[in-house]
Design a protein around this ligand. Structure first.
Ligand SMILES: Nc1nc2c(ncn2[C@@H]2O[C@H](COP(=O)(O)OP(=O)(O)OP(=O)(O)O)[C@@H](O)[C@H]2O)c(=O)[nH]1
Ligand SMILES: [Mg+2]
Length: 147
């Protein structure tokens, strides 16, 4: 049986690849993600898959290979790309994640509301790669699945 991976989705530029790289312990150059990238531990999904509703069926298919789905909202640019209760269509556990938590703290409440409206239960993880906020806790939680 194949090992299931951590699947990461979110809007354009919200920090998906940066997070996936952090889960792999990699710190390299970034560019826009055009294809689904299957890494050792995680699946990096291009933003178009969430931003184009007709692509959502593919997210459901990909999630069949996922142990967990991380749904990201970007605290620096708090746009809502998820339909109400979107998280409920997935069979794997869904983790609500606020990315770029070092930026625009005034958006935190809006991000929490978005995750709630997306149908995700608390607790939510707040992460920031440059400051390291939350990433250790998230890795600790996911550790048994990073194999
Ligand atoms: N301040 C801050 N910047 C971040 C953080 N995470 C990522 N970034 C920056 O945000 C930009 C986009 O990061 P990516 O990881 O490429 O985002 P993405 O969601 O994979 O982007 P696409 O694949 O193009 O949709 C880069 O300039 C990152 O350095 C964070 O936690 N805080
Ligand atoms: Mg990317």
């Amino acid at each position: 049986m194949i090992n299931k991976k951590i699947m990461v989705i979110g809007p354009k530029n919200c920090g998906k690849t940066t997070l996936v790289n952090a889960l792999h312990g990699y710190d390299g150059p970034l560019r826009k993600t055009q294809d689904v990238i299957y890494g050792k531990y995680a699946i990096d999904v291009p933003a178009t898959f969430v931003e184009s509703p007709w692509m959502h069926k593919h997210l459901i298919t990909i999630s069949q290979q996922a142990s967990h789905l991380l749904i990201l909202v970007d605290q620096s640019r708090c746009i809502n790309v998820y339909p109400p209760n979107f998280a409920k269509v997935f069979r794997c556990p869904v983790i609500g994640t606020i990315s770029k938590a070092d930026l625009n703290p005034e958006n935190e409440e809006r991000c929490i509301r978005q995750l709630k409206d997306t149908g995700i239960n608390k607790p939510y993880y707040k992460i920031s790669i440059p400051t390291g906020i939350g990433i250790k806790d998230l890795k600790k939680y996911l550790l048994p699945y990073l194999k």
